[in-house]
Design a protein around this ligand. Structure first.
Ligand SMILES: *[C@@H]1O[C@H](CO)[C@@H](O)[C@H](O)[C@H]1NC(C)=O
Ligand SMILES: *[C@@H]1O[C@H](CO)[C@@H](O)[C@H](O)[C@H]1NC(C)=O
Ligand SMILES: *[C@@H]1O[C@H](CO)[C@@H](O)[C@H](O)[C@H]1NC(C)=O
Ligand SMILES: *[C@@H]1O[C@H](CO)[C@@H](O)[C@H](O)[C@H]1NC(C)=O
Ligand SMILES: CC(=O)N[C@H]1CO[C@H](CO)[C@@H](O)[C@@H]1O
Length: 227
């Protein structure tokens, strides 16, 4: 009896402690990502027409925490020369994805920055010609709070050709090559990036894929470390 109440007393400060440690931070360090399918989600997003585009790049939840923020991933993208200025604007209607984390289908993270004014729109559209772009989602629902970012990377043809994805548009080779070729740097932040190919998350072939572009089924997992 005596020992029991002692144990109860002891557990009180422990409970308080566990509340003050953010669970999301603990989990974020534990997992690179969680397979969306395991939580009822999909590695294909929903383009709104019954078809989907592949989430062909995952930024590991084991990356430096700062990289996994909205500002952080954009800064990193700039370090590998990816167009980010027009993110959320040039791609038309937002697409949705269900990362199987309990959040259900959610719109892509829109990153229309405060400093992006209409005055810059011309420049923004100019930069779209043949550019590489990505939409992204954050796996942060309570069922799988890994903090990983799921990117749909594509290369678009000239805007004048109504935003079609280039035939090789789902080839993420350029991104991976730029990211891992050497240390990259932007805005005074240096990054070291490692890559790993993951199979089994995406289907192989073109069934269900937007624009009928065949996939090789590969997803690239990037772990980005601020050095
Ligand atoms: C980005 O572009 C600049 C200027 O063209 C080039 O010097 C740099 O090597 C490129 N970086 C990567 C990672 O491709
Ligand atoms: C998702 O995007 C659609 C289309 O722009 C918009 O109508 C809807 O309100 C958005 N949903 C959320 C939860 O922001
Ligand atoms: C999860 O990520 C979304 C999109 O980036 C963000 O709007 C939301 O605030 C995040 N939720 C939590 C609990 O951090
Ligand atoms: C980034 O790398 C450059 C070149 O190696 C170095 O001069 C600079 O000090 C580094 N910056 C930071 C913030 O570590
Ligand atoms: C597994 C994988 O895709 N590895 C690639 C990582 O990046 C280097 C440098 O671009 C490639 O040589 C590897 O093939």
């Amino acid at each position: 009896m005596m020992m029991l109440s002692f144990a109860v007393l002891l557990s009180l400060p422990l409970l308080v402690l566990s509340v003050t440690v953010p669970a999301s931070d603990l989990q974020r360090r534990a997992l690179a990502f969680a397979d969306p399918a395991k939580g009822g989600g999909s590695q294909l997003d929903d383009a709104g027409n019954g078809l989907g585009e592949p989430l062909n790049v995952i930024i590991s939840g084991l990356s430096s925490p700062k990289v996994l923020t909205d500002d952080g991933i954009l800064n990193w993208a700039r370090s590998v020369n990816f167009s980010t200025e027009c993110l959320g604007i040039h791609l038309g209607a937002p697409q949705q994805a269900n990362l199987g984390d309990g959040n259900g289908a959610v719109n892509q993270t829109l990153e229309i920055r405060q400093d992006f004014g209409n005055a810059n729109l011309g420049t923004c559209l100019e930069s779209l010609e043949g550019g590489n772009h990505f939409r992204y989602w954050r796996q942060n629902g309570t069922m799988a709070n890994t903090g990983a970012l799921f990117l749909a990377v594509s290369q678009e043809e000239n805007v004048a050709e109504s935003h079609t994805i280039a035939p090789n548009g789902y080839d993420v080779g350029r991104l991976v090559a730029a990211a891992t070729a050497s240390q990259t740097s932007f805005g005074g932040v240096n990054y070291s990036t490692t890559n790993q190919t993951i199979t089994g998350l995406l289907p192989v072939g073109s069934q269900g894929v937007n624009h009928g572009i065949a996939l090789d089924g590969n997803v690239v997992l990037l772990t980005i470390t601020i050095v």
